[in-house]
Design a protein. Structure first.
Length: 212
């Protein structure tokens, strides 16, 4: 039976396995260390569910009814659903393990596994997802700041961060040097940059060039 989605603030372990007793055992294990759990019997059940927007990972059986674990991993890779995956199997073999790890799995555990091995793998996977989320949030904020710039300010930012001095930028765009300085100051303020080095790093993250 699928459980209700947990609160969005807590890290979530998503378990997909057609063995109800194993799902319950894993649920107890993860909840014992304060993690929330969402349980599914198949990949189709998971795809139909609304997942919580919280740090999370997927504990996935490699042999499932319908879509197999490895095929589900491939499907997730083609979609926008980024989930660090820990595979588990009672029929583990080297080719399966290699394929899973090459496709980005965090770990591959053979049943029966030690509780601590599973907890270690889940902790590592959740930290990977935390890092991804922080990176996406930082990127979104940077893009939002950049979107507040005027076209002229974007042009000035690209030229300044390419290494040109104010005088060179002025000659490039046909403005006075003092006007370039004003635009540059506006760019620094709007982008919340504390130094030119900060602004250069931002330009690199945004993929800007002098032609932007």
């Amino acid at each position: 039976m699928t459980r209700p989605a947990p609160p969005p603030s807590a890290p979530v372990v998503i378990v997909v396995d057609d063995d109800a007793s194993l799902r319950d055992a894993l649920s107890s294990l993860f909840r014992s260390i304060g993690l929330e759990v969402a349980l599914f019997a198949s990949a189709a059940e998971l795809l139909a569910a609304k997942l919580p927007d919280a740090p999370r990972c997927l504990v996935l059986d490699i042999r499932l009814p319908g879509l197999s674990g490895l095929d589900f991993q491939a499907q997730l890779a083609r979609s926008d659903m980024e989930l660090p995956i820990i595979f588990m199997t009672g029929h583990g073999d080297i080719p399966m393990s290699v394929r899973a790890m090459k496709a980005g799995a965090v770990d591959f555990l053979t049943k029966p596994f030690r509780d601590q091995d599973m907890l270690d793998a889940v902790s590592a996977a959740i930290e990977i997802d935390r890092g991804r989320r922080a990176e996406r949030a930082s990127s979104s904020k940077l893009r939002a700041l950049y979107d507040t710039l005027t076209e002229r300010e974007r042009q000035i930012m690209a030229l300044v961060t390419s290494g040109l001095m104010n005088k060179q930028v002025a000659a490039e765009v046909g403005l006075s040097e003092i006007t370039v300085k004003i635009h540059r100051g506006n760019v620094m303020r709007k982008m919340e940059a504390h130094s030119l080095a900060d602004l250069v790093r931002m330009a690199e993250a945004l993929g800007l060039s002098a032609k932007s």
